[in-house]
Design a protein. Structure first.
Length: 609
C-alpha cells in the first residue's frame, strides 16, 4: 500500500465538504406515502374530528394589489399594540389577526439603525404573513366570525401579565371571545371561548392557522429546512413549498406536537392543546401573484349548553429560534419535541452539545470568535492521543522518504514490484501509510457540526470577531476583487467564485505549511494533486462563514505546531526539501549487497537534509 489511501481520504474530504448538503437532504416523505399514512376521522366522530366542509378554518382575506408600505398597511385597521423586550408589533381588530410582529433585538443589517426584522406582516403589505384564530360549525345557519369581522378590545395595549380580550356578538345569542396573552419572549397564549345565551346547545370547532403569501427566497437550500413543518404523533415531518404545488395538501391527525412555517432564524408556529387530538392541514391555495401557503389545525368540537361557556387553549410562537428559549418552552409547557423547531440535522447528538459548549465559552469570553478558538483547542486536546500517534507515524514516513525514493529509482515502471517492496518496507519499519489521514478525518465531524451551528443558530447572527470580521455567520468581507476593502462595488455574481476573502487565504497558507510537514507522495502525479489541494480548499472555503474559516485556519496552525515538535522529537527531517539531496543522488547499483541500502541509507539521507 502507498499514499493512494491518503489521497483518497483527502479527495473524499473535499467532496464531502462541498456536497454534503446534497448527500444528506432533508428527509421528506413522498406525497403518495403521506397520503396513505394520514389518519382519517371515523364515522360518527364529528365532535372530535369535523368532517363537514364548514368545519374547517375560514377563507383568508385577499391581499391588496398593489401592495403599500408596511406602515400604511398597518394604518388601515384599528389595532392593539404590544412592545416587549423581544417583540414590537400589534394585533389587528379586523379579523383578530396577529399580523404585525417584529424582532426588537434583531436588525435587518449590521447597521444598528436599520429596521427591525419582521416576522409577521399585515394584509396589503408586500409579503402578508399572519396567524388567525376562529371557529367552524357543522350548522351553516350559525353566524361565525370571519377574516373581515371587526372585534372589540377591552384595552388598547397588550403586555406581559396584562392580556387583552377581543369580543364579538353574532346577533344570535352567541358571544365569541379571544383572549391574547404574551410573555417576555415570543409566545402568545390564545384562549378562544364562546358564551351561549340561546336556548339550545351548539357545537363549535376552534381552529388556528398561519398563512403566508408567496414563497420567500431560500437561504439554506439543503443545509437546513425552510418552509412548512411540524411534529405529528411524536415524529418530525418537513415539507418544501413545492410539495404543495397544484393545490396539493396534506391532512394529518395528531395528538400533541405543533405545526408551523419556518425561515432560517425565525418562525410562526401553532401549538394546539397537547392533550387533544386535532386535524392538521398543510396546503397551497390561490394563484399568482396571490399564492398562499397555509398550515392550520381544527380542534375537537365544543358542545356548549344553553347558558354555558366553552373554551379552548392554544399557543402561537412568532419570533426568533433562540435555543435556550425554545428548549425552555418545551420543558415548561410540555410542547412535544419543540426543540426540533431548530434544524440540528441528522447529527443532532453531536451538533447540539457542540453548540452548548460554544455558547458556554461565549459567556466566559463575551466573544464568539474567541469561543471558536478555544473550542478548537479543546477539540485538539480531546483528540491529542490519536493525533499524536498519527503524527508520530507520519514522522516515520518522513524518515523513510529516502528509502522510498531509492525503491522508485530501482524498480522504475514496475509498479507491482515497487508496491510489494513498499509494503515490505512498511511492515519492516512498522509504519501505517494511511496514518496521515487521521488528523483530517477527526476534524470532519467537528467541521460539519460547527458549520451547522454557525449557519443555523441565530445566536451566531451578526456576532463580531476582531478587526474586519463583524459577522461570524457571513463570509469574509475583505476580498480580492474589492482590493481587500479598498474598493466598494457590487461584485457580479459571475465573479463570486474568484472573490476570495483574506481569512480563506490565511487558511490556504496554513494548509500549505502543514502539507510541507507531511511525507511527499512518491508518484509525481500524486505530488501535483497535493500541490493543488491548498488552492482548491482556498477557493472552496471562500463563500463559507468567516467563523468556520477561522476555525479551520486556527486548527491547521495548532496541527502545524504539534506536528513540528513531534517530528523534531523523532528526528524526522523538517520540510519536504530535506529529502531532495537523496532524490537527486545517482541511481544505486542494480544488485546491492543484501540489506545494504536499508536503514543506513535513510540515516545518511536525513543527515544530508
Amino acid at each position: 500500500m502507498d499514499q493512494k489511501n491518503f489521497i483518497v481520504a483527502i479527495v473524499l474530504s473535499v467532496l464531502i465538504i462541498v456536497g454534503w448538503q446534497y448527500a444528506f437532504p432533508p428527509k421528506h416523505t413522498p406525497p403518495q406515502q403521506q397520503t396513505t399514512q394520514q389518519s382519517t376521522p371515523s364515522a360518527g366522530s364529528s365532535t372530535t374530528s369535523p368532517s363537514a366542509p364548514t368545519a374547517a378554518p375560514g377563507s383568508a382575506p385577499a391581499a391588496a394589489e398593489p401592495f403599500v408600505p408596511r406602515e400604511q398597511a398597518l394604518e388601515k385597521n384599528p389595532r392593539v399594540a404590544f412592545n416587549t423586550p423581544e417583540l414590537i408589533g400589534s394585533i389587528s381588530l379586523r379579523g383578530g389577526r396577529v399580523d404585525d410582529v417584529q424582532l426588537a433585538k434583531q436588525r435587518e443589517t449590521l447597521d444598528p439603525n436599520s429596521p427591525p426584522v419582521p416576522v409577521l406582516s399585515p394584509i396589503g403589505s408586500e409579503h402578508p404573513y399572519y396567524a388567525e384564530f376562529g371557529w367552524s360549525a357543522s350548522d351553516s345557519s350559525i353566524k361565525l366570525p370571519g377574516p373581515d369581522t371587526l372585534w372589540t378590545a377591552d384595552k388598547t395595549t397588550l403586555a406581559p401579565g396584562a392580556p387583552v380580550r377581543l369580543t364579538w356578538d353574532n346577533g344570535q345569542n352567541l358571544v365569541f371571545a379571544i383572549t391574547y396573552s404574551i410573555d417576555d419572549h415570543f409566545l402568545f397564549n390564545v384562549k378562544q371561548s364562546v358564551e351561549n345565551k340561546s336556548d339550545k346547545p351548539v357545537t363549535l370547532f376552534p381552529w388556528g392557522l398561519v398563512v403566508r403569501y408567496g414563497q420567500p427566497p431560500p437561504e439554506g437550500t439543503y443545509v437546513l429546512h425552510e418552509g412548512p413543518y411540524g411534529v405529528f404523533n411524536g415524529s418530525l415531518k418537513e415539507f418544501s413549498y413545492k410539495d404543495f404545488k397544484g393545490d396539493k395538501q396534506e391532512k394529518i391527525s395528531t395528538t400533541g406536537g405543533w405545526v408551523g412555517i419556518t425561515d432560517k432564524y425565525w418562525m410562526a408556529t401553532l401549538i394546539p392543546d397537547q392533550k387533544v387530538k386535532v386535524d392538521v392541514t398543510l396546503k397551497e391555495t390561490g394563484t399568482e401573484p396571490n399564492i398562499k401557503y397555509q398550515v392550520d389545525y381544527v380542534a375537537p368540537g365544543l358542545s356548549v349548553a344553553p347558558g354555558a361557556t366553552g373554551d379552548s387553549d392554544s399557543h402561537l410562537f412568532a419570533g426568533a429560534k433562540i435555543v435556550r428559549v425554545v428548549d425552555a418552552y418545551r420543558d415548561k409547557y410540555g410542547f412535544e419535541r419543540f426543540d426540533l423547531t431548530i434544524d440540528w440535522g441528522w447529527f443532532w447528538f453531536f451538533t447540539k452539545p457542540l453548540f452548548w459548549l460554544l455558547e458556554w465559552l461565549y459567556r466566559q469570553f463575551g466573544n464568539f470568535g474567541l469561543a471558536i478558538l478555544t473550542l478548537t483547542v479543546i477539540v485538539k486536546a480531546a483528540f491529542f492521543p490519536l493525533a499524536n500517534k498519527s503524527y508520530a507515524a507520519m514522522s516515520k514516513m518522513k524518515r523513510l522518504q529516502p528509502e522510498m525514493e531509492k525503491l522508485k529509482q530501482r524498480y522504475g515502471e514496475d509498479k507491482q514490484r515497487m508496491n510489494q517492496e513498499l509494503m515490505q518496507l512498511y511492515r519492516r519499519e512498522k509504519v501505517n501509510p494511511a496514518a496521515g489521514c487521521l488528523p483530517i478525518v477527526v476534524q470532519i465531524p467537528v467541521f460539519f457540526a460547527l458549520y451547522k451551528v454557525l449557519y443555523t443558530t441565530i445566536e451566531m447572527r451578526h456576532q463580531p470577531f476582531f478587526g474586519w470580521i463583524h459577522d461570524l455567520s457571513a463570509p469574509d468581507p475583505l476580498t480580492i476583487l474589492t482590493g481587500f476593502g479598498l474598493f466598494h462595488w457590487q461584485v457580479p455574481a459571475a465573479l463570486h467564485f474568484f472573490n476570495i476573502g483574506l481569512w480563506p487565504i490565511i487558511m490556504g497558507v496554513t494548509m500549505y505549511l502543514q502539507q510541507q510537514l507531511n511525507p511527499a507522495p512518491t508518484d509525481p502525479m500524486q505530488q501535483r494533486v497535493f500541490q493543488f489541494l491548498p488552492i482548491i480548499f482556498t477557493f472552496m472555503m471562500a463563500p463559507f462563514q468567516a467563523g468556520l474559516v477561522i476555525y479551520w485556519a486556527w486548527s491547521n496552525t495548532l496541527s502545524i505546531t504539534q506536528q513540528y515538535f513531534i517530528m523534531r522529537r523523532h528526528g524526522a527531517p523538517i520540510g519536504r526539501k530535506a529529502a531532495t539531496p537523496v532524490t537527486a543522488a545517482p541511481t544505486p547499483a542494480p544488485s546491492p549487497p543484501r540489506g545494504g541500502s536499508g536503514k543506513k541509507g535513510g540515516k545518511n539521507a536525513s543527515k544530508k537534509g
